[in-house]
Design a protein around this ligand. Structure first.
Ligand code: ZN
Length: 452
């Protein structure tokens, strides 16, 4: 079969819900199967059919474990998919945590749970772990994972078959993200790609540098310590939380911060942190390995406390500061951060520190946009505390880094298809790739079939 094509089933003109159907080498493969997050239509979209019959798919390939890339996999299984799911071993473990969590969380959805734990178990039995650089053969298709430097186990996916070569960027990491390695520059040879699908979360923006961001972070924490105040950090359980723990430990070790209680108030983040600690050999960068080699623990600030119950979490409001509370969810759409916001937002001394991307329509986005009051659990909560947004911790490459990533690919690239961004981000990257002279670039549209 000579036919080769890619069809976007999600994350085109939006950031979440990554899902693309690749037909290549006689195979039909879904790359990612993510949850749509944020916006009033999210639940409806998550329940909608996939745009492909799951029973007719030959395999699924997962780029990484984030919810917006893996969260609808159990639904795919419930709807009839029974083939292999290729994923990095760390991704398989993270996807388990993520899908169990969303099975539980979706129980409170208006229309009932999206899937149950038993379906998550069925999904887990389909997992076929594949390491970086290892090639999986599936009929006439070869699939190879390369380190994407975004979170633990994150991958770029190279698909080759029928004389065509396709690269799916997945989420492209920012250089110098601690703990994990930078995005790879090793593509297993110089053969050019016929098409490259590239994400554009920050396709129209530049991040502040990490050193500058760290200085801001340090200053906020120092001020809180002086005022015996509370810093609330709505953090994504995967990636960002571990980076924060790393940075806090580092600042303490360098004598830049005094020892301050850090409360990791998220059972999920605790589980994920343990998965991070289990993947040193295959995923850690040289710096973190060197720390471990000298007996230090890169993810453990001196006074790290892990809450073990919801009661313990709720009692934090009575505790005297200074204190840093890291709690999910990262966009304040659920989880323990909600009761902390209710308790601490009305206090002037509080700082809420946003360290990650906030989707449109989320509580986090409203706070970042300067809301004077917000609704939480049917109550109006006054925003008296300070809102700080630190974009430099992003686990995503910004516009210039995406262009640099594209420039470093073996060329010439046939064409770029830009996905995984809000319309401004996608447009920004299409233009930037065009200006850089790296080849034709166009925005991905849901449902559109692109012949390769
Ligand atoms: Zn991601």
């Amino acid at each position: 079969m000579a036919e080769a094509s890619i069809t976007f089933l999600g994350a085109a003109q939006r950031v979440t819900g990554s899902c693309a159907l690749v037909r290549m080498g006689g195979q039909r493969v879904l790359v990612d199967c993510g949850m749509i997050q944020g916006g009033e239509d999210a639940e409806e979209l998550n329940r909608a059919p996939f745009g492909v019959n799951p029973g007719e798919l030959d395999a699924v390939v997962l780029t990484h474990g984030h919810l917006d890339h893996s969260g609808r996999l159990p639904k795919l299984v419930a709807d009839g998919f029974a083939g292999p799911i290729f994923a990095h071993p760390a991704t398989a473990m993270l996807a388990e945590v993520v899908c169990r969590d969303s099975a539980r969380l979706s129980q409170s959805w208006d229309g009932g749970a999206l899937y149950d734990e038993a379906t998550v178990e069925r999904m887990l039995r389909l997992m076929q772990p594949a390491k970086y650089g290892q090639t999986q053969a599936l009929g006439g298709l070869e699939i190879t994972f390369r380190d994407a430097g975004h979170i633990l186990g994150s991958c770029h996916v190279c698909l080759e078959g029928g004389g065509k070569r396709l690269l799916m960027s997945g989420d492209v990491g920012a250089r110098d993200t601690p703990i994990i390695r930078d995005p790879t520059t090793d593509w297993g040879g110089a053969a050019p790609f016929d098409a490259v699908v590239i994400e554009s979360t920050y396709g129209n923006r530049l991040h502040k540098g990490r050193p500058e961001t760290l200085a801001e972070f340090e200053e906020i924490v120092r001020a809180a310590v002086r005022q015996k105040a509370v810093v609330l950090i709505p953090a994504f359980a995967i990636g960002r939380t571990q980076e924060l723990l790393f940075q806090l430990r580092n600042l303490e070790a360098e004598g830049k911060l005094p020892r301050v209680p850090v409360v990791l108030d998220s059972p999920m983040a605790n589980r994920v942190t343990r998965i991070y600690r289990d993947h040193v050999a295959d995923c850690y960068d040289a710096e973190s390995r060197a720390l471990l080699a000298t007996g230090q623990r890169p993810l453990r600030p001196e006074d790290l406390r892990e809450t073990t119950s919801a009661e313990e979490s709720k009692a934090l409001k009575k505790q005297a500061g200074p204190m840093i509370i890291i709690a999910g969810s990262g966009m304040c759409t659920g989880g323990r951060i909600l009761h902390h916001l209710k308790d601490f937002l009305p206090r002037k001394s509080t700082t809420v520190m946003f360290v990650g991307w906030q989707g449109q329509g989320t509580l986090g986005r409203r706070l970042v946009d300067g809301a004077k009051s917000v609704r939480i659990h049917h109550e109006t909560v006054e925003v008296q505390g300070k809102i700080a947004t630190l974009n430099g911790f992003s686990a995503h490459a910004d516009r210039d880094a995406l262009v640099a990533w594209a420039r470093a690919l073996p060329g010439p690239v046939g064409r770029f298809l830009v996905n995984h961004g809000e319309p401004d981000g996608t447009r920004g990257l299409v233009e930037a790739l065009g200006q850089a002279g790296l080849g034709a670039a166009s925005a991905a549209e849901v449902g559109q079939v692109h012949a390769l």
